[in-house]
Design a protein around this ligand. Structure first.
Ligand SMILES: O=c1ccn([C@@H]2O[C@H](COP(=O)(O)O)[C@@H](O)[C@H]2O)c(=O)[nH]1
Length: 275
């Protein structure tokens, strides 16, 4: 069994270090001249899969926009997950799950086990019920060769109030980074427990050097960060950075060739910034 860290390393080496999000915002459906219905959602999402699936290393569907349409929207999400897989892209489901351990076990069954229709290569999770509450997801991911991205320093302006707070001698974010490092210890070339660290946040003040896992960097484009900001945020830890952007690329649609061109432009920009 290959690990998520191994598959991610291979995918970014081949396709470049970029994740593109599928975020079917109502305004984007309008811009693509699609109805704000399940049919519009499906057309939007599957066009994005057709354009980006053969092109980028990782695709990140944002679960919220699918859940907003109820069970029919979740059925579209299932098609997106299968379509990304068929096209050769890794799929990171952005659902930011986090709960008490016994409920976390149910989330792990939903997203991190082979026979689930919602299984993804990796899942975003929230550690704010305590990192240890993620244990069922950590164990399920390890057993099935999947990955997790743990929220550490999020891209939104409200994040620092909680994430920079000092508890004991370390900031909350540093504690999360240290837990991830412990999970990834000894993994090569990269562990499968990543962190989310926003490209918008400036200098992190957090030592990420021991994490040994992928660092997902949202915030480029619509949230105001640029590829050039990655160097400021990550300093010497650029090698494991996986920038992710959604609206910046999706805004180029609905034309498939235009979406691909936008993704390629973003890959070139982040490759230049990461060196
Ligand atoms: O800290 C975080 C964690 C997750 N996100 C998600 O990434 C995308 C960003 O979309 P853009 O259109 O590129 O702004 C979205 O799905 C967020 O939920 C984040 O932005 N920041």
């Amino acid at each position: 069994m290959t690990t998520f860290g191994e598959r991610l390393t291979a995918a970014t080496a081949t396709r470049g270090p970029l994740c593109v999000g599928i975020d079917p915002h109502p305004g984007l459906l309008d811009a693509w001249d699609l109805p704000r219905t399940v049919a519009g959602l499906e057309r939007f999402a599957m066009t994005a899969v057709e354009a980006l699936g053969p092109e980028v290393a990782v695709i990140k569907p944002q679960s919220a926009f699918f859940e907003a349409f109820g069970s029919a929207g979740v059925a579209v999400l299932e098609k997106v997950l299968a379509g990304c897989r068929e096209a050769g892209a890794l799929v990171l489901l952005d659902a930011k799950r986090g709960d008490i351990g016994s409920t976390m076990a149910a989330y792990a069954a939903a997203y991190l086990t082979d026979d689930s229709p919602l299984a993804a290569d990796a899942l975003t999770v929230s550690p704010y019920l305590g990192f240890g509450s993620l244990r069922p997801a950590l164990d399920a991911a390890a057993v099935s060769g999947r990955g997790l991205f743990v929220l550490a320093l999020t891209s939104n302006p409200e994040g620092p109030e909680l994430q920079h707070a000092v508890a004991g001698e370390r900031s909350v974010a540093q504690t999360i980074a240290d837990h991830a490092a412990a999970e990834n210890a000894g993994a090569s070339p990269l562990g499968s427990v990543g962190l989310v660290v926003g490209a918008t946040i400036g200098r992190t003040g957090v030592d990420l050097s021991a994490v040994n896992g992928p660092l997902l960097a949202p915030g480029i484009g619509a949230q105001g960060a640029t590829a050039a900001d990655l160097r400021t945020v990550f300093g010497d830890d650029l090698s494991a950075v996986l920038p992710t952007t959604s609206r910046e690329v999706l805004g180029a649609g609905p034309d498939v060739a235009a979406l691909r061109a936008a993704a390629r432009k973003s890959v070139d920009q982040v490759q230049a910034a990461l060196g």
